[in-house]
Design a protein around this ligand. Sequence first.
Ligand SMILES: *Cc1c(COP(=O)(O)O)cnc(C)c1O
Length: 389
Amino acid sequence: MSDLAYPLPGSLAFEDAPLRLTVDLGALVENWRVMARLSGLARTGAVVKTDAYGLGIEDCGEALHEAGARDFFVMTAPEGATLRAVAPEARIFVMTGVWPGTEQILFENDLVPVIASYEQLTHWMAVLADYGPYPCALQVDTGFNRLGLTVEEALELAVDSSVPMAFSPVLVMSHLMCGDTPGAPENAAQLASFRQIAAAFEGVEASLAATGGIALGADYHFDLTRPGIALYGATGGTALGVPLRTVATAEARILQVREAKAGEAVSYGATHRFTRDSRLAIAFAGYGDGYPRGLSSGTILQRQDGSPSGRAWFNGHLLPVVGRVTMDTTIFDVTDLPPGAIRAGDYIQLFGKERPLAEVAASAGTIEYDLLTALGLRYERLYLRDESF
Ligand SMILES: *Cc1c(COP(=O)(O)O)cnc(C)c1O
């Protein structure tokens, strides 16, 4: 995390913090083991990009490393350097590859760049001419149209006798577009392409499956799998067939409980007008804390569960959002709770053990990945360390 001069994470005791995030590292490790079982004979990596999906790369990376994970995937070289400090035995792959200026960080921290384009390959060859042998991985684009050498470029490279001896790929990888959709024809097409690549780079390890691909079965596993979202307790829409444990629970403090009269409105734009005398609980959490504005009432989102807005959990009750979510606060209707049941200083659960992340994401018209990585800097974090890992 950067040391921005606001919110001061770490400056308040967890019990006193207005926004709290509990990260269950025992659950994280158990989820990794679940994905390892589903990965069959393949080795199971861990994707900890984007600060471990918002949950903290140092704590999550260390726990996974202690549990035996040895192949980690990050996006940038600085992320890799942060991870290296807590994962001394790991192989760390940097998925944006090599950029001029990042070589030193790669070398000093023993990070493996995932060459992501032909341009990068050319640059990497020039770097090796000075530096000598150093491992790399190759990303091959089998249909996603995002990152990687084309299949043709990769097949040519595999038989190119002019590549320097210092060039030593240790992994070829590709990424599925529709891994969460077993019937999608793109899966079979990408698998066929990737099989060609794996065969052309015989002796080099191969990796195709993220969370979704792991559930597609053994054909997709190759040597190494790359689960991300499943480790953090979410499926990303994949039917895994086995339960995952909740890792992240986000809670927000109620700043004030107030009464509003029938006919009055609430929040920006006055989008919600009360049809009865109402009691409101004002929570300290807004879109600046990753509580999406799409959870406002009166938005155009069609919610799958038929509810008119997002909902938070409090002592067995689901509290509906009323009016617009603002940057720092969200207003919940608590009229149906007994008077005095919720007070200033209480905490409501935005998502977590009692309020499934997937439901909140669907309600906001987005995905679990988006909610986790948007959490922001104001949460005080508590890491639960289960002795079992
Ligand atoms: C993010 C990412 C993953 C992990 O995907 P999940 O769906 O979170 O399991 C794996 N591979 C690549 C290339 C990625 O970008």
